[in-house]
Design a protein around this ligand. Structure first.
Ligand code: AMP
Length: 279
């Protein structure tokens, strides 16, 4: 495994690497969720690149950019064990050199849900992912369904810009009790960890109601709100049932619909989602 801090170095290493080439973009502090993407990429491609970059442009001014957890030594070891070929771990100045002015926006999709409570977040995501796609030029890029809106935005961007790569969505990895793995879970104390269960429990309740025949969107959304409300310390941002691609609220829910939920526990923003009709 080789580690590259510079774009030019990575590109020269990739020029002699066999295809297909996979990219797994991450912000590091790797957990089983990230590793599931890496293993899938390893199984489907000849060359696997993992990027580790805490991207400042996707954090708001009052968000956790400086305190976002980092552990490069551990990440390096985990990538090596998972059979990664190249780590790309640039400095901020490598990705945003002086004079950098270009941004990528995926209109409408970027403004809904997470975008409404984190203005500019998805502009930062789309911009850095576009840069990574052009730097690595992968055949496939692997993203988690955990960040469902992000997955839809990146898929849309790849299509709209004719980027000629496959965006592969991978299922959410969870703790045994249902909590979705997230690097931000380290911020939670035991009480917060308990409160965070409100997310997955609300999604499960909506799935159960859908399974029992409920098709009214608002009824399913109210149900998620009520379940989340029962978890003291969990402050709900939104709980919605949406079209899986446009992320708009539909009048009639169907088996393709997606339930999205987000909220705060002790100031930590947590998100989760699920297919309303699990397969
Ligand atoms: P992050 O480091 O949080 O930016 O995440 C990097 C990638 O890992 C993104 O595509 C995430 O959606 C994905 N990811 C994060 N948590 C999970 C999880 N629990 N299960 C599956 N994928 C995940």
């Amino acid at each position: 495994m080789k580690e590259h801090p510079r774009v030019a170095e990575l590109r020269s290493a990739l020029s002699s690497s066999p295809g297909p080439v996979a990219l797994v973009p991450t912000m590091g502090y790797l957990h089983e969720g990230h590793l599931s993407l890496i293993r899938r990429a390893r199984g489907e491609n000849r060359t696997v690149v993992v990027s580790i970059f805490v991207n400042p442009s996707q954090f708001g001014p009052n968000e956790d950019f400086t305190r976002y957890p980092r552990d490069m030594d551990r990440d390096r070891r985990l990538c090596d064990e998972a059979g990664v070929d190249h780590i790309f771990a640039p400095e901020v100045s490598e990705m945003y050199p002086p004079g950098d002015r270009t941004i990528v926006e995926v209109t409408e999709l970027q403004d809904r849900w997470e975008g409404a409570s984190r203005p500019g977040h998805f502009r930062g995501v789309a911009t850095v992912v576009a840069k990574l796609f052009r730097i690595v030029r992968p055949d496939r890029a692997y993203f988690g369904e955990k960040d469902y809106q992000q997955l839809q935005i990146v898929t849309r961007m790849a299509t709209d810009l004719f980027l000629d790569l496959e965006v592969v969505g991978c299922p959410t990895v969870r703790e045994p009790d249902g909590l979705a793995l997230s690097s931000r879970n380290v911020y939670l104390d035991p009480a917060g960890r308990q409160a965070a269960l409100g997310l997955s429990r609300a999604l499960q309740a909506a799935q159960a109601d859908f399974g029992a025949g409920e098709r009214r969107r608002t009824a399913l959304e109210r149900r998620m709100e009520r379940v989340a409300h029962d978890y003291s310390g969990f402050e709900l941002d939104y709980a919605v049932v949406v079209d899986p691609h446009t992320l708009e609220q539909l009048q009639e829910v169907n088996a393709e619909s997606r339930a999205l939920i987000a909220g705060w526990v002790s100031g930590v923003k947590l998100i989760d989602n699920a297919a309303i009709a699990p397969v």
